[in-house]
Design a protein around this ligand. Structure first.
Ligand SMILES: [Fe+2]
Length: 342
């Protein structure tokens, strides 16, 4: 993922939120007139979802237009465009962006029949966005350099000096920044700052992205790295012998974030928007994501790909937070700038 250079313009959008309410389009009450189009703003790239879009078009006869881009940039675009936005749905790569859209009053409540397909931990408590796939933060470690018993149960213990020079992180990475937001939300600003300062003081090596961290782990360049779970799965698919495994801390260090969808209150094609959400929850689409991205399917009964620990197990030991509250990326970037890691 690219570095996020845009911040969510929540203040601006909230100011125009009053207008938005007047134009509320409820998919449940949408006209029965057949909609011919659907406009998707997608933070998931074309290489990944292009095939699914084609299948959706074939199934529904709807012509789909997709604007692909960085999730944070698209969220900003939706908020700037206001109710004139051409977008019907927003497919975001993390929950924070969906939270920003919800908090600006731009998302409609989804039907219970859709919401109930996904565990309540992975959707908006207000029903205004829905996770499609799960993305877990992990501490990946090199099995030649670290024994599982040495790995702490709290992410905060990596600030101990015994991890000096042994860690890797990617401060400019979007998923990492979402994790820092979660740290702020779950533990407070002071603890989040302490963690960042502690890891920095331990001379964690800076990498441009998650892939380069996992590659460094395979070369035994570092002992542990803070990443999303699916990078190692991708590498293991090609080279199952790499000496790297996942460790899950028993706190916010194992944050389960989601890629998910919101239907906009200004949608001109609310029926198709709803069908799009339904389609992305279908067994076919859920398996497609599991096979293509190694993310966790979020509808029940569909297993993740490979030897991943089940999401239920991960969820049992990690801290629960309302993912809608991961919207304040601006404060996270400010904190990271103050600590001088970006
Ligand atoms: Fe990623």
């Amino acid at each position: 993922m690219k570095r996020r250079q845009f911040i969510y313009l929540v203040g601006l959008a909230t100011a125009s939120g009053g207008l938005a309410i007047a134009c509320d389009a409820n998919p449940n009450q949408a006209s029965t007139e057949l909609e011919k189009e659907l406009v998707v703003y997608s933070g998931r790239n074309e290489k990944l979802i292009g095939e699914l879009i084609k299948q959706f078009e074939a199934q529904t006869n709807a012509k789909v237009q997709v604007r692909y881009g960085d999730t944070a940039e698209l969220a900003s675009a939706i908020l700037e465009e206001g109710t004139n936005s051409p977008a019907d749905v927003f497919f975001a790569q993390d929950a924070g962006a969906l939270g920003a859209i919800q908090k600006a009053g731009r998302a409609v409540e989804l039907p219970t029949s859709l919401l109930n397909q996904v565990d309540s931990a992975y959707r908006s408590p207000e029903g205004k966005w829905l996770g499609i796939t799960g993305r877990v933060r992990t501490v990946d470690y090199n099995t030649k350099l670290v024994q599982p018993g040495e790995l702490p149960s709290s992410i905060f213990d990596f600030t101990d000096s015994k991890w000096q020079g042994k860690m890797g992180w990617a401060p400019t990475n979007g998923s990492f920044q979402s994790f820092v937001t979660a740290l702020r939300v779950a533990e407070g600003e002071d603890r989040a700052r302490q963690w960042l300062e502690g890891i920095k003081a331990n001379n964690a090596k800076i990498y441009p992205n998650n892939t380069s961290i996992v590659e460094a782990l395979t070369r035994s360049e570092i002992a542990v790295g803070f990443v999303n779970h699916y990078y190692l799965e991708r590498i293991k698919q090609e080279n199952p012998q790499v000496p790297v495994e996942h460790h899950f801390t028993e706190d916010i260090g194992s944050l389960v974030n989601v890629a998910g969808i919101a239907v906009l209150n200004s949608a001109k094609n609310p029926n198709n928007a709803q069908r799009f959400v339904e389609f992305m929850l279908s067994e076919n689409a859920q398996n497609y994501f599991a096979n293509q991205t190694y993310e966790y399917p979020l509808t029940s009964g569909i297993a993740p790909k490979g030897k991943l620990k089940s999401l239920q197990e991960v969820q049992k030991q990690t801290q629960k937070i309302d993912l809608s509250n991961l919207n304040d990326l601006e404060a996270t970037l400010q904190l990271m700038q103050q600590v001088e890691i970006i």
